[in-house]
Design a protein around this ligand. Structure first.
Ligand code: 5RP
Ligand code: FE2
Length: 228
């Protein structure tokens, strides 16, 4: 069975004063979910928004899955708030938390009614999350240092994606950072099926064309025996 390709625009570099219509345009052009980058100015040197804004967006965009990419030092703190705001997938970084707390954080996320994403920064090996993969719905391999949109894609992260795909054929593997028409082939070939794309989509003249291209690349390479 080919994996399901899902395209999730990051709205980080969109016009945040007009977030609902920017998001709706991306969805009308074929996006499957919205990737909402939450930054606390501590885990990363940048600030974005929190659960209040997510809740407002949810009032306007009702049926689309929301992922929050939690670039925060204390992911446990925001679980209930984000669940109440209408988040579906709560993806947190493993770096700032105690390894032994990861199962409990995953449990709390699930208990709050959300799916679990485990995110790793470029300097973190996948072996760090390996023992927790059974507790997660998604593993996010960052392809830039978290904190800012519009950075260059780190191709040297692809061995992590490839390793995950080899060992976990059915896992949802997400890539985030510098992903667009120029770099999707690397991600798709390595085995990623959840594609976050920010700047490349926000700045595209034809968002529908770019979303279709990202999806078709994933579909091409996720067919059995054509991965590599
Ligand atoms: O998590 C992120 C940055 O920390 C963003 O999701 C990511 O950078 C997407 O934006 P772009 O495609 O412009 O790189
Ligand atoms: Fe992100």
């Amino acid at each position: 069975m080919p994996l399901v390709a899902k395209i999730g625009p990051s709205i980080l570099n969109a016009d945040l004063s007009d977030l609902a219509s920017e998001s709706q345009r991306l969805l009308d052009n074929g996006a499957d979910y919205l990737h909402l980058d939450v930054m606390d100015g501590h885990f990363v040197p940048n600030l974005t928004f929190g659960h209040s804004l997510v809740k407002c967006l949810r009032r306007k965009i009702k049926d689309t899955p929301f992922e929050t990419h939690m670039m925060v030092t204390n992911p446990q703190q925001w679980i209930q708030n984000m669940a109440d705001a209408g988040v579906n997938l709560y993806t947190f970084h493993v770096e700032p938390v105690c390894q032994s707390d990861i199962p409990e954080i995953c449990r709390q996320i699930q208990e709050a009614g959300m799916k679990v994403g485990l995110a790793v920064k470029p300097g973190t090996g996948v072996e760090t999350v390996q023992q927790y993969i059974d507790l997660a719905d998604v593993v996010l391999v960052m392809t830039v240092e978290p904190g800012f949109g519009g950075q260059a894609f780190m191709r040297d992260m692809m061995p992590k994606v490839r390793w995950l795909r080899e060992h976990y054929p059915n896992l949802n593997i997400e890539v985030d950072g510098g992903v667009g028409p120029e770099t999707i082939e690397y991600c798709a070939k390595a085995g990623a099926n959840m594609i976050v794309s920010g700047t490349a989509l926000i700045e595209a003249n034809n968002q529908k064309e770019v979303i279709n291209l990202l999806r078709s690349m994933v579909q091409t390479y996720s067919k059995p025996n054509t991965n590599f």
